[in-house]
Design a protein around this ligand. Structure first.
Ligand code: SAH
Length: 223
């Protein structure tokens, strides 16, 4: 349902924005991007009334759209500027992609499930976001033809940040990714590429679906 059809959505969105501010999200650009992005369009219809709850929600292919607080936190910690070229791994519903696209010059996003990618592409085009380039593939290999990137955001967890993604960073570039072998041990990490190496910071505990190698095979439901 759209905001015009359900005024309750606007109220719930404003409540969520207040909650994010209380939780420490201070960047007005990030809050503005969240305000402008209709999360109800990125979740299955059955969950649309929960679109502005501060919770992760299921999407197709057993994946999840992250909790709004985590989207806001990752975006804020990425320190995006409007001239930046951004690489995102794990398009999923495209919700995080929409937030990035409102703040950056261009977003390159990779998803291993073709169906998810196609749906995300249609949603983002319908929102008039055209500074996004989509690829179906294994994001842990990066996007070699497009390096370097000013910013890299990974929205699926691996035991280590893939080497190709660190290599993809420009000097002065920033990567944010969940890292950890087991879901209960995942930590959000921010890695900055310096002139002479990398500096890594811990940003707290998170819970993401795993980063999986290879492209997903199309599986048809048996009836
Ligand atoms: N950011 C998304 C949610 C991400 S869930 C959103 O806002 O909706 C993580 C996504 O990463 C899933 O869609 C999963 O299929 C994808 N993924 C996992 N491993 C991947 C890989 N190696 N390459 C590309 N995408 C991957």
């Amino acid at each position: 349902m759209t905001e015009a059809a359900d005024p309750g959505l606007i109220q719930r969105k404003l409540r969520l924005l207040m909650e994010l501010r209380r939780a420490g999200i201070a960047d007005a650009r990030v809050l503005g991007a969240i305000e402008k992005t209709p999360r109800e369009r990125f979740v299955p219809a059955a969950f649309a009334d929960q679109a502005y709850e501060n919770v992760a929600l299921p999407i197709d292919q057993g994946q999840t759209v992250s909790q709004p607080y985590v989207v806001a936190l990752m975006t804020e910690k990425l320190e995006i500027g409007d001239r930046h070229k951004v690489l995102e791994i794990g398009t999923g519903s495209g919700y995080q992609t929409a937030i990035l696209a409102r703040l950056a010059r261009r977003v390159f996003t990779i998803e291993r499930h073709r169906e998810l990618l196609q749906e995300a592409e249609a949603r983002l085009a319908a929102l008039g976001l055209h500074n996004i380039v989509f690829r179906c593939g294994d994001g842990s290999r990066g996007w070699p033809e497009q390096v370097p990137f000013d910013r890299v955001l990974v929205t699926a967890a691996a035991a280590e940040v893939p080497e190709a993604l660190l290599d993809a960073l420009a000097t002065g570039g920033v990567l944010v990714a969940p890292v950890g072998r087991h879901p209960r041990e995942q930590r959000l990490r921010r890695i900055r590429r310096l002139d002479n190496g990398f500096a890594s910071e811990d940003l707290g505990a998170v819970r993401f679906v795993p980063l999986v190698s290879g492209v997903a095979r199309a599986v048809r439901e048996q009836t």
